[in-house]
Design a binder for this molecule. Sequence first.
Ligand code: FE
Ligand code: FE
Length: 189
Amino acid sequence: MRKGILSRLHGYRYAHTLGCERAAKMLARRFGGDEEKAAFAAILHDITKHLSREEQLNLCEKYGIIICNVEKNEPKMLHGKTAAAIARSEYGAPEDVCTAISCHTTGKYGMTLLDKILYLADYIEETRDFPGVDKARELAREDIDKALLYCYDQTLCDLIARGKLIHSDTIGAYNDMARQGVRWREDKD
Ligand code: FE
Ligand code: FE
């Protein structure tokens, strides 16, 4: 099944998916998650990312995915939800794997360990190269919540800087960490 899934991915997305699988397994080992489920979720997480806006919307219609206003404007954001639908219907993925795939793009309030592992693996996997990725990798060695909050902070700042829309689930994800008093910055005083 793994080979079949990988054959649907091309170019950078193939390398990114393999990197994500390795990172997800490593994080599962490090933080006591289910390695097999983490790998399964990673292999499928971007399976619909190459699809056009129309194809994303068609899949949403087909699988009864309800679209919010932000997603209507940014249909690429839907690739997590459409990939989860494909994972469930074509590959029989268990519900917790589908949930992790579904929220890997935006994050959300109340993420499970598996959700967190996939989100972070997608951000820090070895082919990623952008400002801040090394800090995320460093934090991910110690504390998954600190690393996640760092990712949310970076993502939110980047979206604001580029004048992009922010999904309400990303704010939910941020609030969830902030509510629990998670901090990644070292307090100076
Ligand atoms: Fe993705
Ligand atoms: Fe990805």
